[in-house]
Ligand binder design. Sequence first.
Ligand code: NAD
Length: 481
Amino acid sequence: MPTADHLLVVAGERVPAVEGGTTTVLAPATGEPLATVARAGAPDVERAVATAHAAFADGRGAWPATSATVRGRVLGRVADLLRERASDLARLEAENAGHPIGDAEWEVEAAARTFEFYAGAPNKHHGSTIPVMDPGLAITLREPVGPCALIVPWNFPLLIASWKVAPALACGNPIILKPASLTPLTALALGDVLVDAGVPPEAVHVLAGPGSQVGDLLVGDPRIAKVGFTGETATGAHILRTSSENITRVSLELGGKSAAVVFADADLQRAAASIPMAVFGNAGQDCCARSRILVERSAYDDFVTAFAAATAEITVGEPLDRDTQMGPMVSEGQRRTSLDYLAIGVEEGARLVRGGEVPDRPGFFLSPAVVADVDNSMRIAREEIFGPVASVIPFDDEDDAIRIANDSPYGLSGSLWTGSATRAIRVARRLRAGTLSVNSNSSVRVETPFGGMKRSGLGRELGLAALDHYSEQRTVFFAED
Ligand code: NAD
């Protein structure tokens, strides 16, 4: 078995897997091996969980007992160290996940900002005094919950890890981070950053390994107090079932099939120029991708032409090339899925306007595809493709737009484009999506809650809302006499 050049993080230390397992991760831009990574198995999970459990010690361990102000300072140092190591981390992400280097740099900065935001939280997130009828004093306490298993996908490996690790640590919990098998490198590097910043080593564990084994063991372990998961809806449903045995707290950030709703009264040129990157950014592998673009019929043909022209301008290329706007997909399997959906769409009667070509080069590249005349009942409009495929769907009027946008099993994100403020208010109120933006493609800001409705998830991440997942609220009543 080859020796790993990236080791696990257990009790804050870099260690090989107990049974010596390794995984070879590929560079999506070449399809060639990039690194050999230690692959955790059951003994590594046991060591990490037992250590995290002892580190919590019913809230008396070093990290949960650290004062809130000092915890905040440590998280601030995490942000500083992420910035100091930004160029190495961004390069690692670009090579391992295939992200354009400029995007990867932005993601490292966004992860640093996430830690910065939660650095300010620990001494401001506290209990309260509540007036009660009985003579006495009722107070609430905010306490950490215990060891948290944080399971993340491959599409934004470091950034999504930061959304879970930062609030979990802010509340005083030991963490066990489980990155996706395809992209473990920056999560492992984050483990080093946490320890170097001053989180006690016994509270820091990063286990690279298969979800079906490592993830399942973590979720089913009664010593895990909370599971924070981001990934596919089917995996989320499985996690919900497994965690039900021990009534473990779970929050789920799952799939999406988000709509950009474009009314004829919008600034159509601006919309057509900017929406392509809301679908094709990260090669379409974005849970918030506006993969359904709903356009009012009177503007439909012109919009499709302008949208396809703007899409043709996207520079697809090597992740480390600064001109690149869209890199390769993460794996051959992911590219195959997109190609299969394109064939299904055409078979169902949709029109491929441009793209969907596999270029003659190594790596998992696919040109961004625009598919028009899509009906919302078609599979390409209903199922999450998670690739560079945009379905453009016409609608007749406001009610029709809302009906089509909401006719989806998902409800994660979305946009509406209109020149009318009153319409924006009306439509925003009726669209069933956790996060919406008006005349913009933005989805995620660290300060605001983020999460899905329907099959897109359970609970909210980011903002102060995330702290509720990672803390327990207890009530104590003091009798007056
Ligand atoms: P995935 O569900 O296959 O894997 C996600 C993580 O779960 C990985 O670390 C994986 O190893 C682990 N896992 C797999 N099986 C498991 C099991 N049985 N028990 C515990 N853990 C297990 O998802 P993916 O393919 O890595 O990511 C793509 C999906 O993530 C898409 O559906 C996308 O929409 C979703 N996503 C959602 C958000 C959001 O915030 N809503 C953000 C990013 C990605």
